[in-house]
Design a protein around this ligand. Sequence first.
Ligand code: AMP
Ligand code: MG
Length: 500
Amino acid sequence: MNLPQEPCTWASPASLSWTQGYAALGEDFHTRVAAQALPSPFWVATSAGLARELGWPEDWATRSDWGSLACFSGGTPWPGMDPIATVYSGHQFGVWAGQLGDGRALLLGEVATPAGTSLELQLKGSGRTPYSRMGDGRAVLRSSIREFLCSEALHGLGIPTTRALAVVGSDLPVRRETVETGAVVTRVAPSFVRFGHFEHFAHHDMPEQLRSLADYVIERYYPACRDAANPYAALLEQVSVRTAELMAAWQAVGFCHGVMNTDNMSILGLTIDYGPFGFLDAFDPGHICNHSDHQGRYAYNRQPHIALWNLHALAQALLPLIGETDDALQALESYKTAFPQALEARMRAKLGLQQALPQDRQLTDELLRLMAQDRVDFTITFRRLGRFSTRAGADNTAVRDLFLDHAAFDAWAARYRERLAQEGCSDPERRARMDLVNPKYVLRNHLLEVAIRRSAAGEHDEVKRLLEVLERPYDEQPEHEAYAGFPPDWATSIEVSCSS
Ligand code: AMP
Ligand code: MG
């Protein structure tokens, strides 16, 4: 008989079990460097859900014997931690940028979880490293709250992402456009390896290191590739598929990353490096969330194309290992099948359709066209569509009134009603299914702005409340209705740039 097991919790940091993972690759891959502690640190927020997954006790952040604040502000590391900054390179805005690397991040180590997996812990904003170039090695409170909340929000949405365990604030002045204060985010992921890590060793003509890195990634994260005729081509194919699935997931919830440089692409297909991201409000397919992106390279509707561009850069880097160009190109082809398949499946689910029919694509495209034409709110439209009634004569005002062109919506709704009739399922059953894929709550910029402003004034409750709401984005939370409303007029004046 299988009895439910108590979640395992570790008694103290000293009892945690650390793995020599990335660090064991050797000195060509990283530099050992100590964090620079934030002065007078304080907790801004922590993720209880993630701490549970790590098997840490509920009061891990506040127990005096854990020394958590000192550790995650870059002060005293826990026993077993061995901080390193890793080196990578990459293409930024389509141009080779040369060597980059963890300029303000430190990998603390890789720790075992009760589930038998292991996760890397990383500080971001903990001071200069050999890869800081002109930067100060710091992160400001504003961008740290953005990264913390959005990591956990995407996780809540079921989208692959690096996680965030905590934000620690400080009174340390940090200069950006104005003087702000410094903070440190603790990020957590199975691995922080980026496309740019591979590009680094390929570009610098270090074939042995390139092979070690690929073998490490295959061994640890893509073990099935070991048995393929060409393991490196198989790796490229698997990464292409995961990236395709990630893009479909982003597009389906209206998430814009903002800086899809190759150094911001995870080899595990995780969302990584939250900067000037945004969720769509009024639907504009060409929406550019990053104020510094003047050409719109990373606009919402270009993300899937850019992901493939980035995969080509990865393929180029892996070519010395793969051998034949044709094998690399063939591996990339998998993206071209996996992405539309994944997106169509998600869009079908958003419309509440269970069977796949050839005309579904047209039905979806037509809805998106109308939504774009009338600039209706992306999230609210899909959520309200779940309440669409197929009853004869039902006017479906709640969703219909979002559109300016009522006649066009009615024509679409007639086809939608017909299509739903073919499925033959009840409205309440369809609604329940649609509510599981059409979130009610997304991390809109104006919600973040309010939380950041309050936090900067010393009140961190709003960050905590937003975290709570966004951990359950598909649930009706009547007490939090205000977080599901249309953005206020001032939201259009929010400008988010690369400054962080
Ligand atoms: P990002 O645009 O945030 O992905 O960063 C690109 C590169 O710049 C990475 O190598 C970062 O580590 C580095 N970087 C960004 N901001 C800073 C900073 N304030 N100090 C040092 N390095 C930074
Ligand atoms: Mg980055």
